[in-house]
Design a protein around this ligand. Structure first.
Ligand code: BGC
Ligand code: NOJ
Length: 829
């Protein structure tokens, strides 16, 4: 069952009912100001950091689920309704929500009155613009009232939802004309403020929540002022501040009226915080006056429909350009729609927000993840390489000089989070992978010389190359009894906590390590991760390639020897006969072996081991891939492990606490499905690669939206696995490494257009039924128009490759570097 449809020509998903199986959201903003917006206009806004600079309030895990947003209320002769249906939930005569690239249009119609609201955050602008177009489609004149509503969050979202003894006494506002300013804590230690304005005179306002609602027993679905058709002109003072504009409107039949609201954020320099004069019409309870110059300028920027149209046009052009870098034309519309539109769009969102703020991540729990952001770069780097570069330097600067990493950092402060700490064994390797991806995309070898400090030596002169070096050797210098990398607190799978041994409720699996490992430095020196071993052998060659390019042959050979040794150790101690083990636990026992009672096979190490060709000479790759198909493949994707754990295994930790089929306990973790898709494509099995891809790619799940529940245009982290009662149900949509990795899987492995240090590899691995496909790829200043022909209907194998008519050996198109368009023709066979 579907709840809408794709409109590819406008790059939109069109939702035709407000009652989607879960709030289906979009993200507005891609620089500093961000908003989340659901199909019923729920959500919230923040500047840079969803925790430390939250602008509007949201109520998590609420009943009803999606409560808090920017709501417009209409009172049309006693019928109160919202264009987005919620929160009043009056049945609408017509409803439509269009989520597009950085904007959302919600349209509702009731009793002949149509309200269309366009929400977007313009480029280079710290505010959300909301354009409301009201049209009387009836045959009689209409007189009605319109109320806006935004509830301010008191900046630090964590404090906001816990520290009521203070917060209930701090709210402050100023009102000037049609603009309501949120100035809580401004006088003291903050130099930022927010405002909500409308480009017309108003007939009243409310800034005090209780006054707007009329009673503390009323919810957003039942505001007294709206029902009364009149604002109460309340002034918030030390109490929950909101911003609501009240406007009386009369429309003749066929007449329209456009109003533009702006929810903005601004910062003042310390010495310009206050205005010297108090304007006559200013309402305030304070002796000081906010300096509003920045707000005035922001308001001026979008106060007419023409200016709004221009802002929307700029946004559209921005996205046209971003999406013109990798464009594909395959025989499958769903692939085209994922690659050309939604997957790339989601990669921008994950790049911006890591795992911080979604409808499953509260924005107060964690900032940017070290491993997460590094992986996000893989799917984003071609879009805006300069931003990727800046991010790489930020992330690397949180690294320690021994190669260890802070696992997370706050985007506002760019400092590692001490409360979660480090010692996640995989973290350093993602850094090598992302820096290599950046160089492969751009050819900017200069990044290796960039001055990048270490967290424990902030003033020191260090280069990015040094960061890669310590990353590589952090693995090599921390091996366990089998010569495999120590698992430390956890590897990619946060829920395999081999040093935890937790038996007390409340101990966080993420941060707790058993005191018995204290003497050993904080984690077991026995537990080893086969996943990290395989990730090392997969990623290490990029480091070697970098050294070779720099002419450091000795260092390269030394690093290569470590990779070779790791492959040998893995094959000797971690190949289980039909697949690779997952780990050795702290007791030195095998995890993920046919000898285990449960959790006999895990997905994570397999793909990287196959792509590293570990044991390929003895057929380990094909055996492994076949085992995955046999034990992990099911209707909706590949489960993470099998059989699911049915007991608590204290030596494994959190993974065994989930009911079977959910999350890391045998859920379909789409992130690592991508690694198998890559591996199948790598092994030349294009059919299988595509089968797995089409099981999880959102556009393919659209028809079963009633089962899948989350948005059919973006990946979620997890889908309920075959052991789950809710088999096939998506969870944790939007902020997941799946976005980047599936972009890599489809664009670089299946379609096979892969940047390398010395050119663009073209080596597809596709379903044999395809006659071919075309890709337009902008790469290092040139444009490559690539046409793949598949006359023999094979999955993989480049028989002939020509560039501008000249045949070349192999399948790497050399960089032309002339800024021209080049025709690449490839014949498979
Ligand atoms: C979740 C993981 C997540 C981790 C860190 C765990 O509970 O299951 O998916 O990465 O927490 O926040
Ligand atoms: C989500 C986290 O963001 C990611 O870092 C981790 O790898 C997966 N969960 C698996 O546990």
């Amino acid at each position: 069952m579907k709840f809408g449809h794709f409109d590819d020509s406008r790059k939109e998903y069109v939702i035709n009912t407000p009652k989607t199986p879960y709030p289906w959201i979009n993200y507005l903003g891609n620089q500093g100001f961000f908003s989340l917006i659901s199909n019923t206009a729920g959500g919230y806004s923040f500047y840079m950091d969803a925790r430390l600079r939250r602008i509007t309030r949201y109520r998590y895990n609420n009943v009803p689920l999606d409560m808090g947003g920017r709501y417009f209320y209409i009172n049309d002769n006693g019928t109160v309704w919202n264009p987005g249906w919620s929160p009043v939930k009056t049945e609408l005569d017509e409803y439509e929500c269009r989520h597009g690239m950085g904007y959302t249009i919600i349209e509702g119609k009731k009793n002949g009155l149509k309200a269309e609201v366009t929400f977007f955050v313009p480029q280079n602008y710290d505010g959300e613009v909301q354009q409301v177009v009201l049209t009387n489609e009836g045959s009689e004149a209409k007189e009605f009232s319109l109320f806006s509503m935004a509830e301010w969050c008191l900046w630090d979202a964590q404090d906001d939802c816990t520290n009521f003894q203070r917060n209930f006494s701090t709210g402050r506002v100023e009102i000037e004309g049609s603009t309501i300013y949120h100035v809580t804590e401004y006088r003291d230690r903050r130099n930022h403020y927010a405002f909500y304005t409308v480009n017309d005179e108003i007939d009243g306002y409310d800034t005090d929540r209780d006054a707007f609602l009329g009673s503390i027993y009323n919810g957003w679905d039942n505001p007294e002022t709206v029902k009364a058709g009149k604002a109460s002109d309340s002034f918030a003072d030390g109490w929950s501040p909101i911003a609501s504009h009240f406007k009386k409107i009369t429309l003749a039949p066929g007449e329209s009226k456009t109003l533009i609201y702006i929810l903005g954020y601004a910062e003042n320099p310390q010495d310009k915080k206050f205005a010297s004069e108090k304007p006559a019409n200013l309402l305030t309870r304070e002796a000081w006056v906010l300096n509003k110059e920045k707000a005035y300028a922001m308001i001026d920027k979008y106060n007419t429909p023409e200016k709004v149209a221009k802002g929307l046009e700029e946004l559209r052009t921005t996205w046209e350009n971003l999406l013109s870098i990798y464009k594909v034309d395959t025989p499958d519309d769903k692939v085209n729609r994922m690659v050309n539109i939604w997957n790339q769009y989601q990669c921008m969102v994950t790049f911006n927000l890591s795992r911080s703020a979604s409808y499953f991540e509260s924005g107060i729990g964690r900032g940017m993840g070290f491993r997460d952001s590094n992986q996000d770069i893989l799917g984003f780097v071609h879009q805006i390489p300069d931003r990727a570069r800046a991010r790489l330097i930020d992330i690397a600067s949180t690294q320690l000089s021994d190669g260890g990493c802070y696992h997370q950092y706050q985007p506002l402060t760019k400092k590692g989070n001490a409360d979660i700490g480090g010692d996640f064994s995989d973290d350093p390797l993602w850094m090598i992978m992302s820096v290599a991806a950046y160089i492969k995309e751009t050819g900017d070898w200069g990044i290796l010389d960039a001055n990048v400090p270490f967290d424990d030596d902030p003033e020191g002169k260090h280069t990015m190359l040094e960061h890669l070096n310590v990353s590589f050797y952090h693995i090599v210098n921390n091996l366990g009894p089998h010569g495999l990398p120590l698992a430390m607190r956890a590897d990619w799978n946060d829920c395999i906590n081999l040093s935890c041994f937790s038996d007390t409720p409340g101990e966080s699996f993420q941060t707790y390590t058993n005191p018995k490992f204290k003497a050993e430095g904080g984690y077991s020196k026995i537990a080893e991760s086969v996943f990290v071993a395989a990730l090392f052998t997969y990623t290490g060659p990029a480091y070697v390639g970098i050294l070779e390019h720099l002419g450091k042959a000795d260092e390269a050979a030394k690093a290569q020897a470590e990779i070779d040794k790791m492959k040998k150790n893995t094959m000797e101690s971690a190949f289980d006969g039909e697949w690779f083990l997952r780990a050795y636990d702290a007791n030195g026992e095998k995890m993920g072996s046919h000898e285990c009672e449960e959790g006999k096979i895990f997905i994570e190490p397999q793909g990287f081991a196959v792509m590293s060709e570990i044991g390929k000479d003895v057929g380990a790759d094909i055996k492994t891939l076949n085992s995955i198909d046999k034990y992990l493949n099911c209707e909706y994707g590949l489960v993470l492990n099998n059989p699911a754990f049915t007991k608590y295994y204290i030596q494994y930790g959190e993974i065994s606490t989930y009911p079977g089929g959910y999350k890391e306990n045998a859920g379909i973790f789409t992130h690592n499905n991508a690694w198998i898709i890559c591996a199948e494509a790598y092994a030349g099995r294009g059919e299988k690669a595509f089968e797995y891809y089409s099981k999880i790619a959102p556009a393919f799940t659209e028809e079963t939206s009633d089962i899948h529940k989350t948005e059919p245009y973006v990946y979620g982290q997890m889908i309920g696995g075959k052991d789950a009662k809710n088999f096939g149900q998506g969870k944790n949509s939007w902020l997941t490494g799946t976005a980047a990795w599936n972009m890599v899987a489809i664009s670089q492995y299946i379609l096979g257009i892969k940047p390398e240090f010395d050119g663009l590899r073209v080596d597809p691995s596709i379903p044999s039924a395809w006659d071919g496909f075309k890709v337009e790829r902008k790469f290092r200043g040139d444009v490559y128009e690539i046409e793949i022909k598949n006359p023999d209907h094979v999955c993989k194998g480049v028989k002939k490759l020509t560039v501008d008519g000249n045949e070349i050996d192999g399948c790497i198109v050399p960089v032309a570097g002339d800024g021209q368009t080049h025709k690449v023709e490839v014949v498979l066979g």
